[in-house]
Design a protein. Sequence first.
Length: 401
Amino acid sequence: MPVYQWIGKNRSNKVQKGEMEAQSEEAVRASLARQKITPSRIKQKPKDLFENVRFLQPKVKEGDIILFARQFSTMIDAGLPIIQCLDILHNQQKNTTFKKMLKQVKESVEGGATLAEALKKFPKHFDDLFVNMIAAGEAGGILDAILRRLAAYMEKAARLKAKVKGAMTYPLVTLAIAIIVLAVILIFVIPVFEEMFADFGSELPAPTQIVVAMSDMVKSKVLYLIGAFILFMIAFKKYYATEKGRDTIDALMLKLPVFGLLLRKVAVAKFTRTMGTMLGSGVAILEALDIVAKTAGNRTIEKAIYNVRSGIAEGRTMADPLNESGVFPPMVCQMISVGESTGALDAMLEKIADFYDEEVDQAVNNMTALIEPVMLVFLGVTIGGLVVAMYLPIFKMAGAI
């Protein structure tokens, strides 16, 4: 079906423009007339030559899904039918990839599928959590509230992810710059000094000899070093893809100094936020735990959550298996126990998530404050050491003179 671009004026004489998918230009005029818009120009949108080339199409970002949930919630709250909401959201969507998705979702719903079933066809963008909460909202007649809750949850999850990513960016960028600077010095700068020292005729100081030997090795073996690094990364990736590899590496990640503590706090915040959101939306606790375990991102955390699920299936509380796992802090387990006793588990989980969001903030600040001087010392010692080593023969010669 062709897409038409239009420009017109509404009843307030304000200029509006947009795009509409329709059978013909007359159908577009009829649709605009129903919206009380007088079109001044309607033309068929030219086809995108690369619309079938997948990797050239825009990606659907997390922000697009959040905005979709927010707008959908507002329209449902205003009393609009689901199909009309999807039609409006589809027409105003500028991301072509997301626009196609919404068109297929709308067609599925028109064909008799539930909204949850229609969204389930796109697991890459609408995960199990999203789909199950939508299903609970449809069953309970509270779809607008569920969409609002989903949008709020995704916004907080995105902020948490951004904090961790920001904490990792600084040391990785600094380390990459240090490696590049060291490589440039060893490959291009040291050989110039080496030629100059060859005319001295005297034996070079030990630090200078070491640096010259390092330079010779890097120059002659640079391709081998790069190849070895690539092979190591491939081997690491293959090992991590195995059950044993992922178990071992994920367990080690949680035991790392400073960073391991941050990962634990992130895991607690994510677990409690997701569980609180799902339980508050009417999703069954066993189903919620299954979804949370799959999205944990760490095998050790995943196993602990599955143990909790098994315990609940056997009639135990959530707090006891969590405490036995040794992964979750005792305070969290105690607060969950209180939530279970009072019948307000979802509210208690939300409070724990809010508290641990702040803990993650503090942990990120502490880690950044610790890493910054360490990286500066590393840069100073390595680059400064190379410079001093190369100037030692000059100082020695000046002293002899």
